[in-house]
Design a protein around this ligand. Structure first.
Ligand SMILES: Nc1nc2c(ncn2[C@@H]2O[C@H](COP(=O)(O)OP(=O)(O)OP(=O)(O)O)[C@@H](O)[C@H]2O)c(=O)[nH]1
Ligand SMILES: [Mg+2]
Length: 246
């Protein structure tokens, strides 16, 4: 059954909960798309822009504003997740790539996590903290796309130069570079393209679940395995096995 709307029209956007840790998150029945990036990069603003509801997630000029895992259900069938940023610690002398245990746990073990939108400020040359974070995503096999934010603040040529410099830093780690998008929450640029990522993922999940219907005449292959407590590796394997178009 199709449960999302064609062309990614958002008919409902509802705040679910603010979870302090993975165990407090809602069940994993709905596919999730999460926003992460340095504090103040524009995660909450982008979530609002995509949802079409400007006051859904709290936006603030104060870095480190989002402190919990904030979960929102869209069209009653998929979720957007606003994660706390990294790189901000009150009193810290040097920004460091470090996020709390809850975010680490969420990114590594949330089996319904389909794709992470890793946000980078398009107005800045490559920041070590972001390069380190992308390396962490790659090492931990977290599916992600790169999203360069706040394009309204600078010229398109500078945006392109910063994107080229960043991709040059990470290119050697991937057979195929992660997909790259640009956006401006202020100018409402990039919405269609990013909703397209979600649309394609939802289409792939739908196709996969259609194919994965068990044959009623056949017993499940490994009944015992379903009773075992899932290891992080097993949890990751439960993530939808998408032929990722990004
Ligand atoms: N010019 C411009 N400003 C933006 C844009 N997106 C966000 N901002 C501003 O940047 C600041 C931070 O935005 P948030 O969306 O709260 O950033 P965040 O990444 O969620 O921040 P934390 O929750 O603190 O990690 C706010 O003052 C926003 O108004 C954008 O596209 N263009
Ligand atoms: Mg925020």
């Amino acid at each position: 059954m199709l449960c999302w709307l064609p062309n990614m029209h958002i008919s409902s956007a509802i705040f679910d909960c603010s979870a302090p840790d993975l165990d407090s998150c809602p069940d994993e029945s709905l596919p999730e798309f999460a926003f992460i990036g340095r504090s103040n990069v524009g995660k909450s603003s982008l979530l609002n822009m995509l949802s079409g509801k400007l006051d859904l997630a709290r936006v603030s000029p104060t870095p480190g504003f989002t402190k919990l895992i904030n979960i929102f259900t869209m069209n009653k069938c998929w979720r957007l997740v606003d994660l706390p940023g990294y790189g901000f610690a009150a009193g810290a002398r040097k920004a460091k790539f470090k996020f709390n245990h809850a975010v680490d746990d969420y990114l590594k073990n949330r089996s319904s996590l389909c794709c992470v939108f890793a946000l980078l400020d398009s107005g800045l040359p490559p920041q070590e903290i972001d390069v380190e974070f992308v390396a962490w995503l790659a090492r931990n096999s977290v599916p992600f796309v790169l999203v360069f934010t706040k394009t309204d603040k600078i010229t398109p040529a500078t945006v392109q130069a910063n994107i080229a410099a960043f991709t040059a830093r990470i290119a050697g780690w991937f057979e195929k570079l992660p997909a790259i998008f640009t956006c401006s929450a202020m100018a409402k640029q990039g919405r269609e393209e990013l909703l397209g990522v979600i649309d394609e993922a939802m289409t792939a999940i739908e196709a996969e679940s259609g194919q994965a219907q068990p044959d009623a005449a056949m017993p499940p292959e490994d009944l015992a395995a379903t009773d075992q407590k899932a290891s992080p590796q097993a949890a990751r394997k439960r993530r939808p096995d998408l032929a990722r178009p990004w």
